[in-house]
Ligand binder design. Structure first.
Ligand code: SAH
Length: 336
């Protein structure tokens, strides 16, 4: 077996080993993925995949991230899904058997918006107490996270995107890495099950940055970790930059799985956008969750162009096919 994979198997998490692990290709990369799958299956058993749906509750955003098309202003028409419509969507998802729903939005810390999401979460939990609700709403004050937790939210995803503070500030000129990490600390302390992670292949990002990202995931008390290849959105200032390297992203996922085996790791739509069959490959590299894009009302979908308005929006058939081919089993409900 490849020396780096052997070192990973022994629990070596040195920068040197991680750096080499990121650059494995061909048969050596296959061996890395195989070890990741062994670790995943030992931690979760039975090749289980957590199935989620996503409701993109609002595209209103104050942040203006340079990599995101919502912030570029190209997105016509702001929207906010009202409580009644939110509950209709939850009903619909419940009828198709879904038990885990991700609620995503732009970054908006207006108290009215926070109160609105709290009302949606509260109503959803009242009618469907068994529904697990994950929020992905960006930075907020601790008291706002507390309000949403009290309303019934179970988990929160807040990616630190990059652990390089200068690069972070370049990507998100209105924010700092320190502030993002403060938010993560608050979320953990408030009792959420928290997810975080990075993007791979960002303009100006180095392999050393990616190694630090992987190690940073170990300093945080996380239940979920996510890595996406950078997509140069056509409506953003990065439109002429190269697409993030899918192999680096897949190797990051595999390394994260080996180092932190008990976490939920998604295989994201950006993998598929960057390479056909990317989401299947994500499962082969150690992922164990999929998100079906069937929660947002169809007429609103184009108004939530995270990386661009031609975003790949995976449906149930595509994802179930990938899960089946990976020899795994979809599970409706929280894996952890
Ligand atoms: N506004 C929320 C949700 C952002 S979208 C927040 O800031 O937390 C969810 C994730 O998609 C982001 O955290 C980021 O990691 C990923 N993402 C967004 N734009 C991307 C792009 N252009 N390429 C790759 N990943 C991207």
């Amino acid at each position: 077996m490849n020396e780096t994979v052997k070192a990973m198997e022994r629990g070596d998490a040195s920068r040197e080993t991680l750096r080499k692990g990121l650059t494995l290709r061909g048969a050596d990369q296959e061996a890395l993925f195989a070890l990741a799958r062994v670790r995943r299956d030992a931690a979760f058993g039975g090749g289980a995949v957590e199935v989620r749906s996503v409701i993109e509750i609002s595209n209103i955003c104050k942040q203006r991230c340079n990599y995101c098309a919502i912030g570029s202003g190209s997105c016509e028409g702001q929207y906010l899904i009202e409580v009644a419509e939110f509950i209709e969507r939850i009903e619909l998802l419940s009828r198709v058997g879904r038990r885990v729903v991700l609620v995503q939005s732009g970054e908006n810390d207006d108290q009215d918006f926070v109160d609105h999401v709290a009302a949606c979460v509260g109503a959803a939990k009242q009618s469907h107490p068994d529904m697990v609700l994950l929020l992905c709403l960006g930075n907020m004050a601790r008291a706002q996270y507390a309000r949403l937790r009290e309303a019934g939210a179970d988990r929160y995803i807040l990616k630190f995107e990059t652990s390089n503070p200068e690069l972070y500030h370049k990507l998100k000129p209105r924010d700092t890495l320190d502030n993002r990490l403060r938010c993560l600390k608050d979320l953990v302390e408030l009792g959420y099950r928290v997810g975080s992670g990075n993007m791979v292949g960002l303009p100006g990002q180095t392999i050393e940055d990616m190694v630090t990202d992987i190690l940073t995931l170990g300093f945080l008390d996380l239940a979920m970790s996510s890595c996406t290849p950078f997509i140069p959105g056509i409506e953003t200032i990065y439109r002429d930059e190269p697409m993030g390297d899918v192999d680096l992203a897949l190797n990051t996922m595999a390394l994260v799985r080996i180092l932190y085996p008990n976490r939920l790791i998604p295989t994201t739509s950006s993998l598929e956008k960057a390479r056909p069959d990317g989401q299947y490959l994500g499962l082969m590299a150690g992922a164990n969750t999929v998100t079906i894009h069937d929660g947002t009302p169809p007429e609103r979908k184009d108004l939530f162009p995270i990386y661009d308005s031609k975003r790949f929006s995976p449906g149930e058939e595509h994802l179930m096919n990938a899960v089946r081919r990976a020899g795994m089993k979809p599970v409706q409900g929280a894996l952890r």
